[in-house]
Design a protein around this ligand. Structure first.
Ligand SMILES: [Zn+2]
Length: 142
């Protein structure tokens, strides 16, 4: 496994945890590292694709395909009746599309979208939703 350079490691800060009606300020930080695996071969992404897969996690959408470059991975943003997000390496992009069409093709049109798929689904509300969810100040990468 290839280690990410220190400058690429995302370190979200969790300062407040809510338990029921009370809020606890932990005052501690926690390092989180996401590991993305292909649904079909268990491959992991290269470091640069990893960054784009992490960005894709922030998208507030569902039923959409998205490219994750430069490794040419394919992300399907599930949600609702489509279930969780799914990831496929460059060799298994077609397998992911075929799987989704076989299992969800009769209940939604989203899985029938044809390439080219966008590399970013970001819009004006994406940054706002991310900031609100993480209580960060600033935009992407801050
Ligand atoms: Zn694969």
């Amino acid at each position: 496994m290839t280690a990410l350079p220190d400058r690429l490691i995302v370190e979200p800060v969790v300062r407040t945890v809510t338990h029921g009606a009370r809020t606890v300020d932990t005052g501690r930080t926690m390092t989180v590292h996401f590991i993305f695996r292909c649904e079909f071969c268990d491959a992991q992404s290269d470091p640069m694709t990893q960054i784009n897969l992490q960005k894709a996690m922030r998208e507030r959408t569902w039923g959409a395909f998205q490219n994750a470059l430069p490794g040419n991975w394919l992300v399907f943003h599930g949600g609702g009746l489509y279930g969780r997000a799914r990831y496929a390496c460059a060799d298994h992009r077609g397998d992911l599309v075929a799987y989704l069409r076989e299992h969800y093709g009769t209940i939604g049109f989203h899985v029938w979208k044809r390439p080219p798929y966008p590399s970013s689904l970001a819009h004006a509300d994406t940054d706002h939703a991310w900031i609100a969810a993480t209580r960060r100040q600033g935009g992407w990468g801050s």
